[in-house]
Design a protein around this ligand. Structure first.
Ligand SMILES: NC(=O)c1ccc[n+]([C@@H]2O[C@H](COP(=O)([O-])OP(=O)(O)OC[C@H]3O[C@@H](n4cnc5c(N)ncnc54)[C@H](O)[C@@H]3O)[C@@H](O)[C@H]2O)c1
Length: 366
């Protein structure tokens, strides 16, 4: 199969859809890979690396789309890319259709085959192509939170780990899922006092089993959240109710309970955020202050660490790419139930129910 790797053109998106290691695996199996020149630069891979792995380097994004039967990328296509996508072309990437009607209509009109990373789902309900980005964001939440606790960026002026003779900071983690566990682990590693809240007892049992004794678990309810907000220096929001908007566990009035200069990193911002005062920010201007509390709410946190995120993402996408390249999308999806769940739009027809529900469309629309 002819496979294209374009350069990402969305603002501040530094990841790339495939590493030279992935190109090598595809080339060994006889597939042709077209990589847009400089596509991997921000992730630490230059054109020579891709060429050595067997790719053909093309000078423009148009040439990559033109030459390829399947496009493998990271972010959803933006408007400039809509017209580049051809009938029957497979596009394998994050789409998040339910939050973007223009994109949905454009991909229906061009009659491509859209397979979305975020809806590829294993039999146990886990989302294998989303998990690594939650791992990155969970770990980053503590890095960013610790930074924004510094005085020059209007934080409280507190070193999260403390020093001998001075106690460490307190971290409250909302949610004991992928983001929450990674955040708790990083905070514990810095020596902070960590509390993890969740409504799922099995998740709390797991955290309790694997974490050191300065990470404690408590059931998530309003009473406990209000109690902990009074003493927490850093709060991490890692809540998810699959498919739904995140519940607002911290309401505006609760900010008054917090100390001036305390920091909230609401990782769940992409689902609307679990804090009432959350609004999406970018890496260019990541934080703002309300009632003295610093809010960090970047919706694509992994984009800031492309060296790590590109590898983490492509580690999990490559087996699916190989399957699609070997078997074509119809056979690959027939044989692999997880991949089949990634099918969102097929040649003009929406085949993923939640997208129809999101726009209140019935099936006859398709
Ligand atoms: N901002 C970013 O760049 C970025 C990157 C990756 C992931 N995310 C987002 O982070 C969020 C968390 O992702 P995840 O992979 O950790 O999800 P997850 O499903 O692994 O974990 C979510 C946890 O929230 C818990 N939960 C639900 N309701 C709760 C409540 N009322 N109180 C306490 N806990 C509750 C669930 O029991 C679960 O353990 C998602 O919205 C995801 O999209 C954002």
């Amino acid at each position: 199969m002819k496979i294209g790797i374009p350069k990402e053109i969305k603002n501040n998106e530094n990841r790339v859809g495939m590493t030279p290691a992935g190109v090598l695996e595809l080339s060994k199996k006889g597939h042709e890979v077209f990589v847009q020149s400089t596509a991997g630069d921000c992730s630490g891979f230059d054109d020579k690396d891709y060429h050595a792995a067997g790719a053909t380097i093309l000078p423009s994004i148009d040439r990559v789309y033109e030459a390829s039967e399947m496009i493998v990328k990271v972010k959803e296509p933006i408007e400039q890319e809509y017209s580049l996508i051809k009938e029957n072309q497979i596009v394998f990437t994050y789409f998040h259709f339910a939050s973007n009607q223009n994109l949905t209509e454009a991909m229906m009109n061009n009659k491509s085959v859209c397979i979305a990373y975020e809806t590829v789902e294993d039999d146990d309900g886990t989302l294998p192509l989303l998990t690594p980005m939650s791992e990155v964001a969970g770990r980053m939440a503590i890095q960013q939170g610790a930074k924004y606790l510094e005085k020059p960026v209007k934080g409280k002026g507190l070193l999260l780990g403390g020093v001998p003779g001075v106690p460490p900071g307190k971290v409250l983690v909302l949610g004991a899922g992928t983001v929450g566990i990674q955040a708790a682990k990083m905070a514990a590693g810095l020596g902070a006092q960590v509390t993890v809240l969740d409504v799922n007892m099995n998740k709390l049992r797991y955290v309790n089993d694997i974490m050191p004794s300065h990470v404690v678990t408590e059931f998530s309810n309003e009473y406990n959240i209000r109690k902990h907000l009074q003493t927490s220096d850093l709060v991490v929001g890692g809540i998810l109710i699959t498919g739904a908007k995140a519940p607002k566990l911290i309401t505006r009035d609760m900010l008054k309970l917090m100390q001036p200069g305390a920091v909230i990193v609401d990782v769940a911002v992409d689902q609307g955020g679990c804090v009432e005062t959350t609004r999406p920010t970018t890496h260019e201007d990541p934080a703002y202050i309300i009632d003295g509390v610093v809010h960090y709410c970047v919706a694509n946190m992994p984009g800031a660490v492309p060296y790590t995120s590109t590898l983490a993402l492509t580690n999990v996408t490559l087996p699916y790419v190989l399957n699609l390249a070997e078997n074509g999308w119809e056979n690959a999806c027939e044989k692999n139930n997880s991949l089949a769940k990634g099918l969102n739009i097929v040649k003009g027809t929406i085949v993923c129910e939640p997208i129809l529900a999101a726009f209140d469309w019935n099936k006859s629309f398709a």
